[in-house]
Design a protein around this ligand. Structure first.
Ligand SMILES: Nc1ncnc2c1ncn2[C@@H]1O[C@H](COP(=O)(O)OP(=O)(O)OP(=O)(O)O)[C@@H](O)[C@H]1O
Ligand SMILES: [Mg+2]
Length: 247
């Protein structure tokens, strides 16, 4: 497998806080990779660096072998690199919400219209993807009326609509009813296997990430602490310490 994404010595500071301190890891084409680490260890910041949301202070990022570190969000997304957000909640009456792919304006649109507007004239695909995430029956509902878990599925479908090569998912199971988590894991695996989308998943739920990812990188205090197979990472004493120390 060739490398789809290479993060090399990436550093990102916010004022005096070094959120990412010379981070390096790679994602192979076709795999599901995991990114774990205690709260505040720098995981979401890495996603911002990769997708062009944060200009980086050091290092290089390569996507399909080409440098993307100096590109902004739009060109990076068009190259096939998309993300979903840690917090996705559409509030019907809210006028402004940061950091969401589904904006408050979108909340008033129907589920189907939201997908279709991503690319005109592709209604069949929108219907297929709504069926894929289990929202087809809700396609005429207002997006703002969906449950939190359903909104996350909608955001996932919206990202898939652009046919990304690499999709970064920031805590896709957070806030989702435990009984629905297995269904979501199954859909992530199917997106990987059937739609050919490479995934990089930030996840706090150890059972989920161990079951999903083939390769895991663990961050602590902005640095890479360990990386390897789920078994290697799970049994690494430094990883156990980082999690226990963070309790
Ligand atoms: N926009 C920002 N401005 C200032 N500091 C920030 C910003 N974003 C993140 N930070 C800081 O950078 C560090 C890493 O934050 P980040 O959100 O990347 O962690 P995380 O691993 O995603 O945490 P969590 O598991 O809680 O989501 C934290 O100290 C955080 O306070
Ligand atoms: Mg985060």
């Amino acid at each position: 497998m060739s490398m789809l994404l290479e993060v090399r010595n990436v550093t990102k500071r916010f004022g005096g806080v070094v959120a990412n301190d010379s981070i390096s890891f790679q994602v192979k084409a076709g795999e599901i990779a995991g990114l774990i680490g205690p709260n505040g260890s720098g995981k979401t910041t890495v996603f911002g660096c990769i997708t062009g949301a944060h200009p980086i202070d050091g290092g290089e990022i390569y996507f399909e072998g080409a440098p993307i570190s100096r590109l902004r969000v739009g060109p990076i997304a068009r190259a096939g690199l998309m993300r979903t957000y840690q917090q996705t909640r559409i509030y019907g009456e809210m006028t402004c919400m940061e950091n969401m792919q589904i904006s408050s304006r979108d909340a008033h649109g129907s589920v189907f219209a939201l997908l279709r507007m991503r690319a005109r004239g592709v209604e069949t695909r929108a219907n297929e993807l709504l069926a894929f995430v289990g929202l087809h029956e809700k396609r005429l509902h207002k997006a703002g009326r969906l449950s939190f878990g359903q909104q996350k599925l909608l955001e996932f479908a919206m990202a898939l609509m652009s046919e990304p090569k690499l999709l970064l998912l920031d805590e896709p199971t957070a806030g989702i009813n435990p009984t629905l988590i297995n269904g979501l894991i199954d859909r992530l695996k199917r997106a990987n296997e059937e739609l050919g989308v490479t995934l990089l998943v930030i996840e706090h739920n150890m059972r989920v990430i161990m079951n999903l990812a083939q390769h895991i990188t663990c961050l602590a205090h902005g640095k890479v602490l360990a990386s390897g197979t789920p078994d290697e990472v799970r049994n690494d004493p430094r990883v156990l310490d980082a999690y226990l120390g963070a309790q």
